[in-house]
Design a protein around this ligand. Structure first.
Ligand SMILES: [Zn+2]
Length: 325
């Protein structure tokens, strides 16, 4: 089922294909989890479908192969296991594959997702294919941060922007594809990222999020053991816990701003934080920085537990005397 917020993009691509104006390379710039890869694979079905008049028909063998991730003329580059980068060896395999004759006598397609994870060498290797694309080749790059890609690559791709859908559209699509569920609550945790939400167990995620928020309240109140909490989080669902941590801090910061305490705190600083027995906005931002830093380095799990413990301790460290540096 085509997500309603992607219907303009699919119509544009279908029109280009029907008019024989399909570009060799697409750069899909997506909001996180908004469906960039879905659109990339839809474009693959479009050009590989054997029913050209109504491509992508969704029922021919080609369409079904793409949906099953098994089309011999489609190569998809993704991150391998815990790696944060797409490497040059992967790009070389893709380029080699694209240079071969199509099994079905039509297109060869490559989808790179996330393309902003191509490291410098991999991006350079890909540039060669982009500069001299074999005939009837479609290369699709999906990225949330295309600015990470070299301008030489960007300039050779036709850009498509995929924005985050409205909450109501995302929920309707999730209900239609995944069935009834606590999708509102899931999107509260994950943001407007329906494709990400579609891959989770809604009930379990909501349960973990509630439990995490509860643990953060306790950590801030100083009524829990940060070592035990950190160990538990490091072992299970660390990325989700960090996301919940980030949401919790952002919400606290918003509250402070709503209360207009930002200016007061800058002026009255120490008095206020000591009196209110609560974290001030600057401390909240500091912990938030720490959480984001940890999120981006999660592939190095060595000191995950220690880092979490330190962040939880900082939540409980109130007022000027309690701040440890
Ligand atoms: Zn088809």
């Amino acid at each position: 089922m085509t997500p309603s917020w992607l219907s303009n993009e699919t119509a544009t691509l279908a029109a280009a294909y029907a008019a024989d104006r399909m570009p060799h390379a697409l750069l899909i710039h997506e909001a996180p989890g908004a469906g960039g890869e879905w659109l990339g694979l839809w474009a693959a079905r479009l050009v590989l479908c054997t029913q050209r008049e109504r491509a992508p028909c969704g029922v021919c063998l080609s369409c079904r192969w793409v949906l099953a991730g098994q089309h011999p003329d489609l190569t998809t580059l993704r991150l391998i296991e815990e790696s944060q980068q797409i490497r040059i060896e992967q790009v070389r395999e893709l380029s080699e594959e694209l240079s071969l004759t199509s099994h079905q006598g039509s297109y060869k397609v490559g989808v790179v997702s996330p393309a902003d994870a191509l490291n410098r060498f991999a991006a350079n290797a890909l540039l060669k294919t982009l500069e001299e694309p074999p005939a009837r080749t479609l290369l699709v790059l999906v990225a949330t941060q295309p600015s990470r890609l070299p301008p030489t690559i960007l300039s050779r791709c036709q850009r498509i922007r995929v924005r985050a859908p409205a909450r109501s559209e995302a929920v309707a699509w999730l209900q239609a594809t995944r069935g009834a569920g606590a999708w509102e609550a899931v999107l509260d945790v994950l943001g407007e990222a329906p494709m990400l939400a579609a891959g989770v167990d809604a009930e379990a995620l909501v349960q973990t999020a509630r439990e995490t928020a509860q643990a953060l309240e306790e950590a801030a109140a100083g009524t829990s053991d940060p070592v035990a909490t950190a160990e538990k989080w490091a072992r299970s669902e660390a990325p989700l816990r960090l996301r919940c941590f980030e949401n919790w801090l952002t919400e606290r910061i918003r509250e402070r701003v709503r209360q207009g305490s930002l200016l007061t705190e800058v002026r009255a600083g120490t008095h206020l934080s000591a009196r209110r027995a609560d974290l001030n906005i600057r401390q909240l931002f500091e912990v938030l920085d720490g959480v984001r830093e940890l999120k981006s380095s999660l592939d190095a799990p060595l000191n995950r537990g220690l880092a979490l413990e330190s962040l939880l301790r900082r939540l409980a460290a109130r007022g000027p005397a309690g701040i440890t540096r």
